[in-house]
Design a protein. Structure first.
Lengths: 580, 420
């Protein structure tokens, strides 16, 4: 058993495990010590100093996020000097902060705003020293507004420690210290893959996604347009967080009601696209194995991962499955088969995708994912964007009645649902590939070796006497480990699933800013429960998918399917131009 | 009392580019002695001599070495902090310039004492001209088997590496210094982990100032004269750098216990043009200030503490009446505004706003509220900053509140008179 120690905080006794930091010990006493740079999933930075507390016997204040408790420690979080420090730090930040809360994208869910309110920061007592700094917007996904930055370094940590990208870092010193990209270049010219993890951890409005909600509303008000919407599997288990529901609450049917109220003409499901992706990807895998084509094959549904391969390992793009992502497959079918069935001109269909992701915004504008100049997906909004739309309409979300997806593209299987969790695509693909290759169902549908939060999971699957060696990877830092193995020629996997974000799409860069690993794990459990409760749990059993292949696409992997449902990739390695 | 020659004993006595010349005057005898000694005895010797770190933090050196030795992790290293960045501090420069072999010998002794595999010298960029003599000393010591493998047949291997900074004051702070050597931006990090546990390249690290190290070979050779000098718990001698408006600015070695008056008027030859003293700052830009009221205070750790002063890096900056207190403080604040690394909010933003308040005081455009706010920040910032820079940046200002209250009075007329 762990060694326990006793201390007091504001004279209240508390017993904690040795190694506990003051911040967590205070939490046990229901005291929330203010913090800004601290993030539960990150290494301690102790940079903002707003969590400074008084400890008896110490000359200086100690950072509660960084200081381990000791036996007999006496902590005070509410003395005059602590209050002066907390208020002082906020006043110092505000004197250098663009005080434009009303027009800030984080208005209402900003950590700094909450702290200023909590500590009663009113009239400025310091000279305003903020300088105008250009905003970086030259990409489809990400907006960086350095004037709002509080230099907490959360974005730098997540970019480096979780993703291993290091597209963000500190530059300059003293009052010139800034969070920026190498050479202050546009994100697209750096190693950044637009995964958006920085926008989840940013406590303020310095790093946010490009907001396309107004674009969507404009389309809804356009009488010529039939506006259809698809929702990614992981949105339905994250959306509730923003409306006071427990982490991981499954709100699929309320979400459908909300989308109808927002004014979308048809409410469809990305899971349908996911089922199609599985049909194509499983066929592709079998083809690669049988015809000894480039192996291993990796998944390609995660746009952050695709960007990562194109930018960081361009010589390895042949390993990416050519199957499009569920979002793009869905949109292409919507603008071909669905348009024909409904007798609507493709250009009058406005396809909106609600995604847990900001890299999807980049994916949507890829020229290879368009037809005659019309993009397959017209607009991508994130889970956060959907929350905004729900609030704009004024919907009492927790008390909404429930509704079902529209047909035909609202029908899906449990295999489509688990796409949102790390390991889900692999599990879904195995269910179909196994059956197609062996003619028999998997011995157990729930293939647990690929489940869980571990960074790299490996397994061997027996497919009709052929042993398939598989790996499931999440976060790009782990992905780089696998890619380095592949580059060095000692990677003997056959099929690799990669998700750029921790936990998969449920922990995506477009998810609510309250997302933590703990919340992500609950969302994963919820997705598996959706699968468990589904009547159909194998993608190829989706009745509308069968119908689509029978009437339109012929069969998985057909020439027509290739034309419509497959794509290609381009190496985009960025070498820095030092002479610029 | 006058200048003495204990730490500076070798100055001018040998050719600083020749190890033979150094050995002729008894060089490396202390190292040979140490190899036969128990490492704990070396730390005990430093503890008996009550040597406190001479870089500014005043940490007891004997305790530091015995703690460093006790750390049960492999690949220990020693770092010699030659990033002498405190303003008006240039004693380490003189030690490197006039006695480089003694320093190398000291770093080898430190390595033996803490069982290190590598020694690093981190020298400030501005001392680039001293690089050749240190590199030469390292090379010649290697050639003679004082460095490298199986030193003096002890079975112990040790190397010394020389690194130069790039000019940031904050790199004199231990954690920033090691980051700079590691090739990272020189920004301090939080502690723990402490240096002795996980410092340079995550190895157990013992950092000492040039002067602290330089004392060691002398002490090992003959501790008696050192132990006989000084006053009370401030044993021995100290290198001081005297600068500002004095007639003979320079580096002096003097026994602890000399009065400030003797330092300024006897050693440094008094004030230029016999002017009055406006203020004196001790221990570099991060030190505290006072005025002529401290002239008869003996220069010891204890007497200084009693008078709310710190010895720190051992500098004595004398400012005569031509410079106003507020101008001096503005200059000090400019320094910190330039040198803060910018990571933590209290230091980055606090320096900036205190500078603005000082400007308002100089211009007479301040309000009572401004003075109150400034005092709050001058208190809060040192209490909550990440590293020693933020902790000490307001030392001058805070001591000015005590010594020169009229500058910060709510009576604007009085303040303006004091300002000019």
């Amino acid at each position: 058993m762990a060694e326990m120690i006793n201390l007091t905080i504001n004279d209240l006794p508390v017993t904690v495990e040795k190694g506990t930091k003051i911040l967590q010990a205070a939490k046990q006493l229901h005291i929330d010590i203010p913090h800004l740079c601290y993030h539960p999933d990150q290494r301690v930075k102790a940079r903002c100093r707003i969590c400074s507390v008084e400890v008896v016997g110490k000359k200086r204040l100690l950072a509660a996020c960084a200081t381990e408790c000791w036996d007999g420690m006496e902590v005070y979080t509410d003395t005059q000097v602590v209050r002066d420090t907390q208020r002082g730090i906020l006043q110092l930040i505000m004197a250098d902060h663009e005080e434009n809360c009303l027009t800030c994208p984080r208005n209402g869910n900003c950590v700094l705003q909450e702290l200023c309110s909590r500590f009663n920061i009113r009239r400025p007592n310091l000279t305003h020293v903020g300088k105008a700094i250009p905003i970086k917007t030259n990409n489809p996904s990400l907006v960086h507004d350095p004037e709002k930055c509080v230099k907490c370094g959360r974005c730098i940590r997540v970019c480096k420690d979780v993703q291993g990208i290091e597209a963000l870092g500190f530059a300059g010193r003293s009052t010139n210290l800034r969070v920026t990209t190498p050479f202050n270049d546009d994100f697209t010219n750096t190693d950044c893959v637009l995964c958006g993890q920085c926008t989840v951890v940013c406590p303020v409005g310095a790093l946010v996604e490009k907001d396309d909600t107004d674009k969507v509303l404009d389309a809804i008000f356009d009488p010529k347009k039939t506006v259809i919407v698809q929702t990614a599997p992981s949105v339905r288990v994250a959306l509730g967080d923003a409306f006071g529901l427990p982490d991981g609450a499954v709100v699929t049917k309320k979400m459908v009601s909300a989308l109808k109220m927002i004014g979308f003409d048809k409410i469809f499901d990305t899971n349908y696209g996911a089922d199609l992706t599985i049909a194509e990807e499983a066929t592709e895998l079998i083809d690669r194995i049988k015809n000894k084509k480039t192996m291993p094959m990796t998944t390609s549904c995660c746009p952050g991962w695709v960007n990562f391969v194109e930018k960081h390992y361009p010589e390895k793009i042949a390993h990416l499955s050519t199957t499009k992502s569920p979002m793009s497959i869905f949109s292409r079918i919507a603008k071909t088969d669905y348009a024909k069935q409904e007798n609507i001109a493709a250009e009058n269909i406005y396809s909106v995708a609600i995604m847990p992701c900001i890299a999807k915004k980049y994916e949507a504008q890829r020229p290879e994912l368009s037809m005659d100049g019309i993009p397959d997906t017209d607009a991508v909004i994130t889970t956060r964007g959907l929350i905004k739309l729900i609030k704009y309409i004024g919907i009492d979300f927790p008390n909404l009645p429930e509704n079902e997806f529209d047909n035909p593209m609202g029908e899906s299987t449990g295999a489509g649902a688990i796409f949102g969790a790390t390991g889900g695509v692999m599990e879904a693909a195995l269910r179909t590939a196994h059956e197609w290759l062996t003619g028999k169902e998997m011995p157990t549908l729930e293939y647990t070796p690929v489940r869980g939060f571990e960074g790299i999971k490996e397994a061997k699957v027996n497919l009709d006497g052929n042993e398939l060696k598989i790996a499931v990877v999440h976060t790009l830092k782990n992905a780089a480990l696998i890619m380095d193995k592949l580059r060095d020629g000692n990677c003997d996997y056959d099929f690799i699933e990669v998700m750029a974000c921790p936990g998969g799409c449920v922990g995506g860069g477009g998810q609510p800013v309250t997302t933590t690993f703990a919340a992500t794990k609950k969302r994963i459990a919820s997705l598996y429960s959706i699968d468990r409760k589904s009547k159909l749990r194998k993608s190829h059993e989706n009745p509308y998918l069968k119908k689509l292949y029978a009437e339109f696409l012929e069969k998985p992997g057909s020439e027509k399917a290739h034309n419509l449902l497959h794509t290609h990739y381009v190496g985009r390695k960025k070498e820095f131009e030092f002479n610029k | 009392m006058k200048e003495i020659n204990y730490i500076t004993e070798n100055f001018g006595k040998y050719d600083v580019f020749s190890i033979d010349s150094y050995m002729d005057i008894g060089g490396f005898a202390s190292l040979k002695k140490v190899i036969a000694m128990d490492t704990e005895d070396i730390a005990t010797l430093l503890t008996t001599a009550k040597i406190k770190g001479r870089g500014g933090a005043e940490y007891p050196m004997g305790r530091k070495w015995s703690q460093a030795h006790a750390v049960d992790r492999p690949h220990h290293c020693v770092v010699c902090n030659a990033d002498e960045g405190e303003t008006c501090t240039f004693k380490d420069r003189e030690l490197i310039k006039n006695d480089p072999f003694n320093l190398i010998e000291a770093i080898i002794i430190a390595g033996w004492a803490v069982n290190a595999e590598d020694g690093y010298i981190y020298m400030r960029a501005e001392y680039g001209s001293l690089r050749p003599r240190l590199l030469n000393a390292i090379k010649q010591a290697e050639e003679r088997g004082f460095l490298g493998e199986n030193i003096l047949n002890s079975g112990w291997n040790y190397k010394i590496h020389l690194y130069s900074g790039a000019g940031a004051y904050v790199c004199g702070e231990g954690t920033a210094l090691i980051r700079s050597i590691e090739g990272k931006a020189g920004r301090p990090r939080m502690k723990p982990p402490f240096m002795k546990q996980s410092g340079l390249f995550s190895r157990p690290t013992c950092i000492d100032n040039v002067e602290s190290l330089s004392i060691v070979p002398h002490l090992l050779r003959d501790a008696k004269p050192y132990m006989e000098m000084g006053q009370g718990d401030s044993i021995g001698s100290k290198m001081i750098s005297v600068g500002g408006n004095v007639n003979r600015p320079g580096v002096y070695e003097m026994p602890f216990g000399m009065t400030v008056r003797q330092i300024i008027y006897d050693l440094a030859g008094g004030i230029q043009g016999d002017r009055n003293i406006r203020l004196i700052q001790f221990g570099g830009v991060s030190g505290k200030i006072s005025d002529s009221r401290v002239l008869d205070v003996p220069y010891t750790y204890e007497d200084f503490a009693k008078n709310n002063l710190i010895i720190g890096s051992g500098s004595v900056l004398v400012i005569d009446e031509r410079t106003s207190v507020i101008d001096f403080l503005r200059y000090t604040q400019d320094f910190f505004l330039h040198e803060s690394c910018g990571q933590c909010i209290p230091c980055r933003e606090g320096n900036r706003h205190i500078r603005i308040f000082l400007e308002k005081i100089k211009d007479g455009t301040y309000t009572d509220e401004d003075i109150k706010t400034m005092k709050t920040f001058a208190k809060v910032m040192p209490m909550s900053s990440l590293c020693g820079l933020g902790e000490t940046a307001q030392n001058a200002l805070k001591s000015a509140f005590e010594i020169f209250p009229e500058v910060f009075t709510s009576n604007r007329q009085k303040s303006m008179e004091a300002v000019y």
